[in-house]
Design a protein around this ligand. Structure first.
Ligand SMILES: [Zn+2]
Length: 323
């Protein structure tokens, strides 16, 4: 056969293969010995792939644009792996964790994928994607069980917040059959597509190729108290941090407390009392790394940092009050 024709045939065959291949890349999901586990991850993958952009646009206003962009960029490259008897899972009692940079590992011995609700798996996956995108976390992030029940996790931690919001977005989408939608923005506004500076109200168009969009050029281009962070790549608006865990770059980005490692945290006990106005027994733990608010007079099983955080004669063992 004429090599040219052969080549053409090969190219056509390849094109057909590509076109008929499922949307989900075969190597996205790995190491799942149970067929049900793989199916569960495929379903979660399909939901996230379809909804990530809309979710970030409608339900994740607490995230700075640069993290949203990072999540969008990382998701197609992220591998989902079943990890059966991983020592790390057992030791830390994790449901999932970030493996090497672009890998999410599911602790299938701890977290039964085949049994879990779609939205639970979707929430968990987006949580881990938040880590892949390097979103700043609370000082006690990994002690979610302790801290979610009390004060610090959830609202104070952007990644837990992300999981929670994604879960409710998913439920809403499934239950009502429609997803939250954004109010249409007119062209020229921040976040809309552009080709050149003059397409934007701010007169600033940044990014590459298809992801070029209008960005802020000045503080005045950002709503309310936010300021414009200028950087290589894309400028973005930093909202004023109003609570613990909110994203910040400088102390002045935080209404209360200080900025440590890109999160607003407490500096004094008074900050914690303002952060959590409904809790009176609370103090600020100042430590190397990130400060955090700690409730005091804690009962058995509740979180603590030192013995005096516990009520009565209870001792603080492994960050929980016990007798
Ligand atoms: Zn986490």
């Amino acid at each position: 056969m004429n090599p040219k024709i052969l080549l053409t045939k090969c190219v056509i065959a390849l094109m057909i293969m590509c076109l008929s291949a499922p949307v989900i890349a075969a190597d996205k999901i790995k190491n799942c010995s149970e067929k049900e586990d793989k199916t569960a991850l495929e379903n979660a993958n399909r939901f996230i792939t379809e909804h990530l952009d809309n979710f970030l646009a409608t339900s994740a206003s607490f995230l700075a644009t640069k993290y949203k962009d990072k999540m969008k960029k990382k998701w197609p490259k992220t591998t989902l792996k079943c990890s059966k008897r991983d020592k790390y899972c057992e030791r830390r009692d994790f449901q999932a964790f970030q493996g090497s940079s672009n890998t999410i590992k599911y602790c299938t011995e701890v977290f039964d994928l085949s049994w879990a609700e779609l939205c639970t798996t979707v929430g968990l996956t987006v949580h881990e994607l938040g880590h892949v995108a390097n979103i700043p976390i609370h000082a006690r992030h990994d002690h979610a069980d302790l801290y979610a029940k009390t004060i610090s996790s959830g609202k104070a931690d952007l990644v837990w917040r992300l999981e929670k919001e994604m879960k409710s977005y998913c439920w809403e989408t499934i239950n009502t059959g429609s997803s939250p939608s954004v109010a249409p923005v007119s062209s020229g506004e921040i976040g809309t597509k552009c080709k050149k500076n003059s397409d934007c109200n701010s007169k600033k168009c940044q990014g590459k190729g298809a992801v070029r969009e209008c960005v802020c050029a000045d503080n005045d281009d950002c709503d309310g108290s936010a300021r414009c962070k200028k950087r290589l790549g894309k400028n973005y608006c930093i909202a004023k941090g109003t609570g613990p865990g909110d994203f910040c770059k400088k102390n002045r980005d935080c209404d209360i407390g200080v900025c440590q490692k890109k999160s607003c945290v407490c500096k004094t006990d008074k900050d914690c009392k303002s952060f959590y106005s409904n809790i009176s027994d609370i103090r600020c733990v100042n430590r190397v790394g990130k400060n955090f608010c700690q409730e005091t007079k804690q009962d058995a099983g509740e979180s603590c940092h030192k013995n005096s955080d516990c009520t009565g004669n209870l001792k603080c063992k492994k960050k929980a009050c016990s007798s």
